[in-house]
Every structure is written in C-alpha cells, then in structure tokens.
Write a protein that binds this ligand. Sequence first.
Ligand code: BEZ
Length: 209
Amino acid sequence: MSLKIGETAPNFKVETTNGPIDFHEWIGDSWCFFFSHPADYTPVCTTEMGRTSQLAAEFTKRNVKPIGLSTDTVEEHKNWILDVNDTQHTNLTFPIIADPDLAVSKLYGMIHPSESETAAVRSVFIIDPKKKIRLTMTYPMSVGRNFDEILRVIDALQLGDKKRVATPADWRPGQKVIIPPSISNDEAKDIFPQGWDELRPYLRLTDVA
Ligand code: BEZ
C-alpha cells in the first residue's frame, strides 16, 4: 500500500553515512526532503546527490533537512560520496541511508518490482515538522529530478501553512496566490485586508508579503 499525503511518515531506525538515526528524532522541528535513488556509482544519481549538496544553503534557509537513500551499504555510500564531491564540485554532508535489506525502501513503497526487485525508484517525500507527509513524487530511474520544483513546492507548502493560501499553476515566490474556497468572503476580509481580485467567486487572487 502506498503512503498518502496527510499520513504520518512511518518512523524507522537505520544506519546512515552520518551514523545511526531514529528518523522522527532526526527530523526534529525541521521539514525533511527524503529521497531515494536506485544505486551508488550511477550517473543520474551522482548528479542528484551533487545538486542536493550544492543546494544545502537553500534547504537550510527553509529549515529543511535532506536525507537520501539507496539499497547500498554505508561503506559503499561513503566511497561514492568521494566521487560525488569530486565530479560535482561539492562537499556532501547530508546523511544517506544504507538500506541493503530494503526495509525502509519497502516501508515507503520505493521498490517498484516491475522496474527492479532490489533497487529503489526515485521517490520524494516532503515531510513537515509534525512528521506528516505533505508531498509524494515518483520519478523513473532514468530521469533526474528537477530541484527547482522541489524548492518551489517547499516554498508553496510553507507559505500555504503560514498565510492560509493556495498557489496557482507554475507559481513562483512573490507572485499572486489563491484564497482557498473554504474561506468565505466575510472571513477573507479579516485575513486578507489588502483585498483580492475576484475573477470568479471560486477564483480569488491576492498578494501576500
Ligand atoms: C542512474 O542513476 O544513472 C541510473 C540508475 C538506474 C537506471 C538508470 C540510470
């Protein structure tokens, strides 16, 4: 059964490149970008690990902790990180989970047997500080993820929580946002004193700082 948005992210204890962790304790009061990849020493994965490391300051700015996973061992991860650092010109410090027995991969539905019985596909889970799953995405093994989109969706989720708004297609920080239909016009007057454009009664756009 696949994990759904709104569910509590299952907890686990596991070995990582930064030592053993209890997943929920490790997340603490942060958000988490939990992503799996098929295998160490593979080209697409090498670029994704490098990109995540290069974006460390962007994740920190958003109070997000990245953590990777593949079904390889800690020793293999650690040796591969040397290649990631060398080829992607970075210094990878976030933890990578070792999951040689597939325990975490199976718990999170990262094994898609028609693709591989032993390697994880490219899953993404964005998890909030309450340990709720806020986004899931699954990419095939041959396609590297779009990290602009990962940061964008984190921005949209965090803004939505803070300002009680939704975000339109292709929204970027600073652009107009949507007043959700669950908020009546009467309530909206208090929440959005700056006003809004009403294109339809169900489509109200406003600016938030
Ligand atoms: C890669 O990371 O390059 C990769 C892994 C599995 C299948 C295809 C590509």
